[in-house]
Unconditional design. Structure first.
Lengths: 233, 247
């Protein structure tokens, strides 16, 4: 099949709302969005707590969080695989090769990004606010929600960065999801598979959707940045 | 708690503001003594203006009095029971990245004022400080003068018994300075103890009840305002008022 021809077929798959293609896109979005939301609920308070409290090992924790931002997806996948496989500590839950396992793997991947970047932002804000907070008689625990809310635009940008990472990775979801058709097949894993099989139209169609998604996420990051500048001078 | 503001205003109108006592207070940083030893009593009606050249320790003294810093030696004490309610207005107002009114309701929420009362108190204070029209404007896009008025309004809603102001007008134009000085007088009339630093001799003459003069980290003089400006006793204060460059 000619590549030009493949591109045309890919476009027609998209324009005709091909069912198998859209099932794959929907599952991809579902997995990555849920993973990012769970990572945010855990990661933002963690980042704020590390910014606010002084404790032994704090420096080490910051280094580890920063380093884990670059955690290779296949390593995250391997860790979750070992955890969830039949012989693993959580093997009884039977989660391996389900969308839940993929969400867990992506949480592992995204959590350090959200925690490390929100820690930086919150610490920067705290430097500016600290005297006023102490003057108002606020405890560290009370400062946390105030700081997270005042960092909201930065946190939204961080959230989108996390989503970009989750939706674009292939290693972790491949290892713990298994790329099972109709169950755990997402955009990145099927691009790998379909390209290998020589089914270029579907691979290209998915590639276009993925690329569009990444564009939208980056447009979102830019727009949030502009909004922040306008709102806070 | 519903009559939060009213009851506090009544009580502070009846009672004199709490007196502040510095007892042999010093403050050192990295083995360098930056302030003290300082011993004085602020028990008059004030307003107390803390004056002195740059680096004399004026801001440091305010932060020690307010409890933002702990003294290296000595004791900061208040008359009456416990620590009085207090607020501080900084040279650069520190405002949250929210609307003007949300800055006030946040300060009230932190002080456990019930939700229903917060909004009313906040709007009352915005009106008093001429900021009603800017209630929903993001605080950080307000002008410098408006930001400082908002910082004063935030202090106002907390009904402090003591208000510290650290060079509150040094970055403002004359109209904004006038508004800040009017606000300081209003706090004073409400019975709030005012402790304020300034560089501006004219401003000090306009506002001061008594003057605490610092140089080189030591209190050189603490006298009633008239006496200070007419017949300063210490050599440093004489030189400062005469407009010489004092270190």
């Amino acid at each position: 099949m000619e590549n030009n021809n493949a591109f045309e077929v890919a476009l027609s798959l998209l324009l005709n709302l091909d069912a198998s293609l859209f099932q794959i896109v929907a599952l991809s979005l579902q997995v990555s969005i849920l993973a990012v939301l769970i990572a945010a609920v855990l990661g933002f308070p963690l980042g704020a707590a590390v910014a606010l409290w002084r404790f032994p090992g704090r420096g080490g924790l910051i280094v580890v969080l920063n380093a884990l931002m670059g955690l290779p997806p296949v390593v995250a996948g391997l860790m979750v695989y070992l955890l969830l496989s039949r012989a693993g500590p959580l093997g009884d839950w039977g989660l391996l090769f389900t969308p839940s396992a993929m969400i867990v793997a992506q949480v592992v991947l995204v959590l350090p990004i959200l925690a490390a970047l929100s820690r930086q932002k919150v610490e920067e804000l705290l430097g500016e606010y600290r005297e006023q907070f102490v003057s108002l008689g606020m405890s560290r625990l009370r400062m946390m929600p105030t700081l997270l809310w005042d960092a909201r635009f930065a946190l939204l940008t961080i959230l989108l960065a996390g989503f970009g990472r989750a939706s674009a990775e292939v290693g972790a979801v491949m290892m713990v999801g298994g790329n099972i058709e109709g169950v755990t097949r997402v955009m990145t894993t099927s691009i790998v598979l379909e390209t290998g099989k020589g089914n270029l139209p579907l691979a290209l169609g998915l590639g276009i959707v993925l690329l569009t998604l990444v564009m939208l996420v980056n447009a979102g990051v830019y727009w949030v940045g502009e909004l922040t500048r306008r709102r806070t001078g | 708690m519903t009559s939060f503001n009213a009851s506090l205003q009544a009580s502070s109108a009846l009672l004199p503001p709490p007196a502040l006592c510095f007892d042999g207070v010093t403050f050192s940083h990295e083995d360098k003594q930056l302030l003290g030893p300082c011993s004085f009593n602020l028990d008059g009606t004030g307003p107390t203006l803390v004056m002195g050249p740059n680096g004399a320790g004026k801001s440091l003294l305010l932060r020690l009095a307010h409890g933002l810093l702990a003294p290296t030696q000595g004791r900061v004490a208040w008359s009456g029971e416990g620590r009085p309610r207090q607020a501080m207005v900084f040279q650069q107002p520190v405002l949250l990245r929210r609307s003007a009114v949300a800055n006030l309701t946040h300060a009230l929420a932190v002080n456990n004022v019930p939700r229903r009362t917060r909004v009313k108190l906040a709007y009352d204070a915005l009106e008093r400080f001429g900021l009603s029209a800017s209630a929903h404007t993001p605080a950080r896009v307000l002008s410098g003068g408006e930001q400082q008025r908002l910082a004063l309004a935030r202090a106002w809603v907390l009904s402090p018994q003591v208000l510290f102001l650290d060079e509150p007008t040094s970055a403002l134009d004359p109209a904004a300075i006038k508004a800040v000085e009017a606000a300081v007088r209003e706090f004073h009339q409400r019975g709030t103890r005012i402790v304020m630093t300034t560089h501006d001799l004219h401003q000090a003459r306009r506002l001061a009840g008594d003057v605490l003069f610092l140089s080189g980290g030591k209190v050189r003089e603490h006298t009633a305002a008239e006496a200070f400006f007419d017949r300063p006793v210490s050599r440093e204060a004489q030189a400062y008022i005469a407009g010489e460059l004092v270190e």
